[in-house]
Ligand binder design. Structure first.
Ligand code: 5GP
Length: 131
């Protein structure tokens, strides 16, 4: 069975898309730690991040770099933090989180509750900065 993230890539489950190319897809995390919290996933379904090929990891990191630059422009922050966890959804993904302090990366922090309109505006703001 396809993962929830593959269903998002296929458009069977809606998402707030930030960026996409032939190999990767970036969209807002539905339970964000901060405004702009984005997930970057490979379209190829692989559970464990480190099971991706060398070439895929390299290309995914470059794609994530450009997404992070767009997040930082849209949501000014000290740095965009990156984390790979993957214990909840068995489809490799990189979390990108705008940080004002290291504490903003604690996944035990309470998540933001945003309206659909807020998610849409955030995704558009990042997408508009993506190059
Ligand atoms: P992890 O696997 O890295 O521990 O956590 C998976 C992340 O994916 C969580 O931050 C969770 O909020 C996010 N997530 C899970 N299901 C969905 C979904 O259907 N849509 C979106 N946009 N994010 C999801």
């Amino acid at each position: 069975m396809a993962t929830i993230f593959s269903m998002i890539v296929a458009g069977d489950i809606p998402s707030y898309k930030v960026a996409e190319n032939d190999q990767f897809y970036a969209f807002l995390d539905i339970n964000p730690l901060a405004k702009g919290h984005t997930l970057v996933i490979p379209k190829r379904e692989v559970d464990y991040f480190f099971d991706l090929t060398d070439e895929e990891i390299a290309a995914m990191q470059v794609f994530a770099k450009h997404v992070a630059a767009a997040i930082k422009e849209a949501f000014p922050c000290k740095k965009v933090g990156q984390a790979v966890l993957g214990l909840e959804v068995p489809h490799a993904h990189i979390h990108l989180v705008p940080m004002q302090s290291e504490k903003d990366m604690l996944f035990s922090n309470p998540k933001l509750k945003l309206t659909p309109e807020e998610f849409k505006a955030i995704a558009e703001a990042i997408a508009n900065k993506f190059v």
